[in-house]
Design a protein around this ligand. Structure first.
Ligand code: AMP
Length: 282
């Protein structure tokens, strides 16, 4: 596996590969490291679909509101490298903050028609503009044919599709299903910050979403959302940020479900750790 730290070296490698065997499909998996089976499933999908797969590890400072969360972000780079070699990833792109954002760089403000200011964007102001800046920079430099994102960060997939749509980027966004721990908790690099007991109990987050999925046709959306909220609030140390049902492509909140493609999305703060989950309803 090549480990590359500068865009110029990555572009040189890609050009070289294209010269030797033209029309190679390049797949890209952006991550912030502390890799787990969720990330691995994205990279495996890229390796299956593409001739060459690049995984980036970059803890993007512009998408973190509280610097505290940024500092606490786990960074087990040696273990990540081993995992990437084991699954046959071709390139690890490991840039520094200065490489991604040189002094001449000015943060862009993308018009995401409001997709960036609801739900996660409301609690983490500026988060999705930060995500879009780093993704734009990576896609613009690397020009991957396909990029892989997890359904786990559902709103991010909608935002990134919009970004591609409103810019001249030519990358196909592929969404990969959520990998879960055996108890149903969505895998996340942040799960290591939960206590052992908390990690077991945190199954209640996915249970609450399944309560909506299993009941909304019979009792309606609003009552099933109430059931789910009550389930979450039974747990000490759980603070509900949001639990909403929205249209999958516009993220507009809905009251009724007829003929719409819907997703239930939640963010819960549990033992001081922000945990996200979602479930497709229709
Ligand atoms: P992160 O390192 O948290 O920025 O995540 C990098 C990518 O992995 C994002 O596209 C995430 O949505 C995806 N991802 C994170 N956790 C999971 C999971 N449990 N299942 C599937 N994809 C995931």
């Amino acid at each position: 596996m090549h480990i590359i730290k500068r865009f110029i070296d990555l572009k040189r490698l890609l050009d070289d590969k294209q010269r030797r065997s033209p029309n190679q499909i390049v797949g890209f998996v952006p991550t912030m490291g502390a890799l787990h089976e969720g990330h691995i499933s994205l990279i495996k999908e890229s390796c299956t679909d593409c001739d060459m797969s690049i995984c980036s590890i970059f803890v993007n400072p512009t998408q973190f509101g509280e610097s505290n969360d940024l500092e606490k972000y786990p960074k087990p780079i040696e273990k990540d490298i081993e995992l990437l070699i084991d699954i046959g990833c071709d390139v690890l792109f490991l840039p520094t903050v200065e490489e991604v954002y040189p002094p001449s760089y000015t943060q862009q403000n993308f018009d995401l028609i409001g997709l960036d200011i609801v739900f996660e964007g409301k609690s983490r102001v500026g988060h999705f503009q930060g995500v879009c800046n780093v993704i734009y920079r990576f896609f613009d430099q690397i020009k991957p044919h396909r990029a892989y994102f997890g359904q786990k960060d559902f709103q991010q997939t909608v935002v990134v599709k919009k970004l591609v749509n409103i810019t001249s980027l030519n990358t196909k966004i592929c969404v990969v299903p959520i990998k879960r721990e055996p108890n149903g908790l969505a895998m996340s690099s942040r799960n290591v910050r939960l206590s052992d007991n908390g990690r077991k109990k945190a199954a209640f987050i996915n249970e609450s979403l399944r309560l909506i999925k299993n009941n909304f046709r019979e009792i309606g959306l609003s009552k099933s959302i109430d059931l789910a909220k009550k389930h979450i609030l039974k747990y000490d140390n759980a603070k509900l940020d949001y639990l909403v049902v929205a249209e999958t492509d516009t993220l507009k909140g809905v009251e009724t479900y007829e003929n719409k493609k819907l997703v239930a999305l939640t963010a819960v703060n549990y033992e001081g750790v922000r945990l996200l989950d979602n479930i497709i309803l229709t």
